[in-house]
Structures are given as C-alpha cells and as structure tokens.
Design a protein around this ligand. Sequence first.
Ligand code: C2E
Ligand code: CA
Ligand code: CA
Ligand code: CA
Length: 279
Amino acid sequence: VKKLGRANYQFFSESLHKDSRRQLSLEMDLHKALERNELVLHFQPQIDQTRNRVVGAEALIRWQHPVLGTLAPDKFIPLAEKMGLILPIGDWVLKEVCRVAALCQSLALTEIEFSINISAHQFLLDSLAENIHQYLEEHALPSALLTVELTESVLVKDVETTAAILTQLRDVGVKVSIDDFGTGYSSLSYLQQFPVDELKVDRSFLTGLSQYKNAEAIVSSIIRLAKDLGLKIVAEGVETEQQLSFLRAKECSIIQGYYYAKPLEAEALIAFIKTFNRV
Ligand code: C2E
Ligand code: CA
Ligand code: CA
Ligand code: CA
C-alpha cells in the first residue's frame, strides 16, 4: 500500500507544481483519514506543581499520514476547516476524549480532567452541547471532567450567539477555558460578558520571560486577573526551570509544557500518570 501511495505522489509530480500537488493530495487524503483510522489523539499532561500531581491532560490531534508520517494539527486543521471536514473530525475528537476519559475512570485515575480544543465552526454548531452531553452519558462520565478550550477568535463572533452557546455548555456542566489568552483582542470585554472558568496563559508570554522586560509584568497581571475573577489559571508551553519557578512565585500552580511532558499517546499518558502520581 505504501509503495502504491508513493507511486501516486510521483505521478502527480509530473503535472503539478510541488505546493499545489501537496495540497491536492492532502485534501484527497483528508477525506479518507477518518474512515481509515489515521487520526490519533495525543494527550499532554497538566501538572499541579504545588501538589506535584498530574491533574489533567489536553487532547491534541495528530494525523498519521501513510506517506508523509505524523502531521501536526497546523498542517491539516485549517484545511479541514476549509473543506467542511472539521465537524466530523471535531465530533470524533469529542468521542475519543470521552473514551480515554472513561478508560482513566475505569483504572481509578478518577481525578484526571480532559481539555478539548473546539474550532469556530464546531462552536457555532447548534448541537455541540447536546452532543457532548450524549457522549458523556454514554460513558457515564461526570461532566465536570471536561473543559472546552476556545480561542479568542472563536468568541468574537456575535455576543448574543456566543453567550447562548456558552450557557448551553455550562448547563451541560462542562467547563469553559479561554485558550491563548491575551494574544487575541477584546479579551477583557468578553471576560465581563461571558461565563468562563479558566484562562490559559499563552506560550509566547512564557517564552518572553527570558527576552522581554515587560513579559514578567504581563504574565503576573494575567495570573492576578484570573485570581481576582475566581478563574482557574493554566500556564502552557512551560519548558524551563526558570519559567516554572517564576510561575510558582506568582502562585500559578497548573503547568502544561515540555518541562514535564510532551503530548503522549493514551497508553503512554496513563503510564505517565501512574508513575508521576504513584498509583
Ligand atoms: P494549542 O491549543 O495552543 O496547543 C498547544 C500547542 O503547544 C500544542 O501544539 C502543543 O504540542 C504545544 N506545546 C505544548 N507544550 C509545549 C512546550 O513546552 N514547548 C513548545 N514549543 N510547544 C509546546 P500542537 O499539538 O501542534 O497543536 C497546535 C494547535 O492545533 C493547538 O494549539 C490547537 O489550536 C490546534 N489543535 C490541536 N488539536 C486540535 C483539535 O482536536 N481540534 C482543533 N479544532 N484544534 C486542535
Ligand atoms: Ca488548546
Ligand atoms: Ca493554547
Ligand atoms: Ca497556541
């Protein structure tokens, strides 16, 4: 199969430029990726550094392409959005996260929470909250185990629609997180208008700690803001001891990043949790 695949790619190279050829084959392949079981979720642990325990994980999608190898979401999620495939893919992600969450429950890893990235189209789908509710029920999962992560670009649509959807999600009992906080715009106005539970400090601000004089003040302010609003705060993309100790000093205890672990396949995640939490 692999050889045939390569031959096909070769064939296209005769007639098309390299970039458009790659794009065209990716589009054709993405149509089949779901039914061929080529999509996988990796899970990046979230650690509470004060309790020194894994408390959650963020689901991050990968595409195991038969010819190109493992593709990161940046390589195909925008394409999926453009092709209208993001809804079936997003739905698969929801189901798969519930499956793995149920697996953790069955292994007595009951405190592990799961975060899911939701795209703009998926957020605006009428049945999002209903679907999540259904999958939770199917696995008898407590809804508080799930957090949906929304970027600021998802939230800037129209205020009434956004507020209605967020209310539906909260009625189901899942939590709402603002991803990449501070990198979009009008952040503060929607904190005033919308019910959210969590802010995620974007990696760029943490990278900035060693580069920009202002970064410390920005990160401190975001953490302070979350605390004053009674929101959970998660720092993502934490790579170094320096970043970790800065966050510790500012009382940001939930940490996600290469410092502790890269995104892991479900089995490796479970092994990681067992070792880390000594259970
Ligand atoms: P994101 O939600 O901001 O996810 C965090 C990204 O940072 C992930 O990249 C993760 O692997 C990476 N990361 C985490 N810790 C570190 C670190 O310490 N250092 C560095 N350099 N990177 C770190 P990834 O997995 O490539 O995902 C990229 C983006 O794709 C995500 O950004 C998210 O917006 C999107 N995405 C991922 N999975 C899904 C999905 O299931 N559905 C949708 N709609 N989007 C997804
Ligand atoms: Ca995210
Ligand atoms: Ca993020
Ligand atoms: Ca990001």
